[in-house]
Ligand binder design. Structure first.
Ligand SMILES: Cc1cc2nc3c(=O)[nH]c(=O)nc-3n(C[C@H](O)[C@H](O)[C@H](O)COP(=O)(O)O)c2cc1C
Length: 158
């Protein structure tokens, strides 16, 4: 039975980061009981984020930083910050040399949500190739395993 959901959301102009998202999804599919929803960051609403049990956030490097589309998403999530707290998060980026800088910029912003980090994040040069695939699948599976183990919050009524 599927009862946990991972939101994979990303900014991608020419398809490299989108391809990396699809490979991460392959890893998630290996774990029973965990599903995923994959959408571009511009199409995400705070409620989509609040209702997910874990996240893979991705961006291409733009001026050695994350893309504005994903930055805007993060900046619009203050209303659901509490609901994101402690949930597993995997970050992924692509770039032409400065993908690690983009990853670091995302780590800084996402840290305010008190994530359960799934590390290391993925920083891939250009279009992901065969050599990047195994690692990205492994990290997707690791994310899904962590999501599967998370407990639903218990509310204590006084
Ligand atoms: C406007 C623009 C700025 C970019 N800036 C950087 C950068 O600062 N560092 C870098 O490594 N790559 C940079 N790139 C390259 C892209 O990040 C890289 O090609 C990436 O893999 C593209 O991902 P996408 O296909 O998902 O859009 C830039 C590309 C564009 C179009």
């Amino acid at each position: 039975m599927v009862d946990k959901k991972i939101l994979i959301t990303y900014a991608s102009s020419t398809g490299s980061t989108e391809k990396l998202a699809q490979i991460i999804a392959e890893g998630i599919k290996k774990v029973d009981g965990v599903s995923f929803e994959m959408k571009r960051a511009k199409d995400i609403r705070p409620d989509d984020v609040a209702s997910a049990n874990g996240y893979a956030f991705g961006s291409h490097s733009a001026s050695e930083y994350m893309d504005g589309e994903i930055k805007n998403l993060f900046e619009g999530l203050s209303s659901v910050k509490e609901k994101m707290s402690g949930k597993p998060v995997l970050l992924f980026t692509t770039g032409q040399g400065k993908q690690a800088a983009a990853l670091a910029s995302m780590e800084k912003l996402v840290a305010v949500f008190n994530p359960g980090w799934i590390k290391p994040g993925l920083a891939v040069k250009g279009m992901p190739g065969e050599s990047d695939k195994a690692n990205a699948i492994e990290m997707g599976e690791k994310l899904a395993d962590a999501v599967k183990k998370t407990q639903k919050p218990t509310y204590i009524v006084a």
